[in-house]
Design a protein around this ligand. Structure first.
Ligand code: NAD
Ligand code: UD1
Length: 336
């Protein structure tokens, strides 16, 4: 059985579907600090069966003991964490406590219950401001905010654990920019308040909840002057986790891979693609650059293909169509 921490969240809920479709049994462990029970109910509808669920906090050894005792857990996919960059600058202790201390507690519980296989959600943010693109896994690492540092620290902690005990099987997945939603249009990204990330902002503008997208910077050294990113469909990303679990037993070292498409799209490319997919106009204005942003970030995904047999299948049109289906069917997210 696979323990999916943070499985009620955006990427976790999609990954539960892919795992079940691939024949894995799983139990979701979540404290709902950034998600709702409703997402799991909808996952159950999609897969047509009940999902094992344990409410708990990864910072609580008691909660973790509870889930390890209640289920026979063989491996862990570890999504649970806080992810808002701006909030991490304002509340660093909360971020280090939740993300870093929480992961340490999880590893303690795993050791105790002799479960030594983990797939961890890292991020392309660990490359800082890359000297060139596309980004390969061996590029220098750095971080400019507590969220990014929490990811870097966790990567290092997991590498240290492997050095101390080579029975551990560890996969570090560095996601580029996850977007899109399940084809059903019933689950998707449901950010609290005004979104920080581009796609939900565009989607809420198209649906009429927000008035105008501020494009952060029109003077970058890119084709149209706006920032370039590697947007990856969340269903492709979910599949990357299944592929990681499929090969985890064979690992002889910590495996670190980029999950991206290898294609870079600018902010204005995404606005145009979303307008095409939704048939709506997305009002935007060029605004000052956002502090901490970089011009270009996209993956070299060839190592993922070599090591996991994984590559992204869905393009930017599907990302926008699926994101629009979710947004237009659920303008208030899961709360409606
Ligand atoms: P999300 O907020 O939708 O999901 C995270 C889930 O973890 C939520 O359900 C939340 O309730 C749960 N959680 C948080 N702290 C917890 C705790 N202490 N105990 C138990 N549950 C807890 O985020 P997401 O977008 O699905 O991201 C999942 C993971 O992927 C995170 O670790 C995130 O940092 C990482 N990641 C996300 C992105 C992205 O753009 N979405 C990019 C790179 C990496
Ligand atoms: C952000 C996080 C990063 C995290 C990643 C994946 C920051 C600074 N970085 O990256 O740590 O790993 O999400 O979730 O938050 N944009 C606009 N207007 C908006 C929002 C965004 O123009 O309202 C632009 C940004 O300047 C950027 C692009 O859209 O060029 C993508 O932004 P966003 O979705 O926030 O992702 P990243 O900044 O790449």
């Amino acid at each position: 059985m696979v323990l999916v921490t943070g499985g009620a969240g955006y990427i976790g809920s999609h990954t539960c579907i892919s795992l079940i479709e691939a024949g894995y049994d799983l139990v979701v462990f979540d404290n709902f600090c950034n998600s709702s029970r409703e997402s799991l109910k909808r996952v159950e509808k999609i897969v047509g069966r009940k999902i094992n669920f344990f409410e708990g906090d990864i910072r609580s050894s008691e909660d973790l003991d509870g889930v390890f005792k209640a289920f026979e857990i063989d491996s862990v996919i570890h999504f649970a964490g806080l992810k808002a960059v701006g909030e991490s600058v304002a509340e660093p202790v909360m971020y280090y406590d939740n993300n870093v201390s929480g992961t340490v507690k999880l590893c303690e519980a795993m050791n105790k219950h002799k479960c030594k296989k983990i797939v961890f959600s890292s991020s392309a943010t660990v490359y800082g401001d890359p000297h060139t693109t596309p980004i390969k896994e061996d590029f220098p690492l750095s971080a400019t905010n507590p969220y990014g540092r929490s990811k870097l620290f966790i990567e290092e902690i997991l590498r240290d654990i492997f050095v101390s005990d080579s029975e551990w099987k560890i996969v570090l997945l560095r996601y580029f920019n996850p977007v899109g939603a399940h084809k059903s249009g019933t689950i998707g990204e449901d950010p609290n308040g005004i979104p920080n990330n581009l796609m939900p902002y565009i989607a809420q503008t198209a649906v009429g909840k927000l008035e105008c997208l501020s494009v952060f910077g029109g003077d970058y050294d890119t084709e149209d002057g706006t920032g370039v990113r590697d947007y990856i469909h969340v269903v492709d990303l979910a599949d990357g986790h299944v592929k990681a679990l499929n090969i985890i037993n064979k690992l002889e070292n910590v495996l670190t891979v980029n999950l991206g498409t290898g294609n870079g799209y600018s902010v204005l490319d995404m606005v145009k693609a979303f307008e095409k997919a939704s048939g709506k106009t997305v009002n935007y204005k060029i605004a000052p650059r956002r502090a901490g942003d970089i011009a270009k970030c996209y993956a070299d995904p060839s190592y993922a293909l070599e090591q996991l047999g994984w590559s992204a299948k869905l393009g930017v049109d599907e990302m926008c169509e699926d994101s629009w289906r979710w947004q237009s069917n659920n303008p208030e997210g899961y709360t409606a």
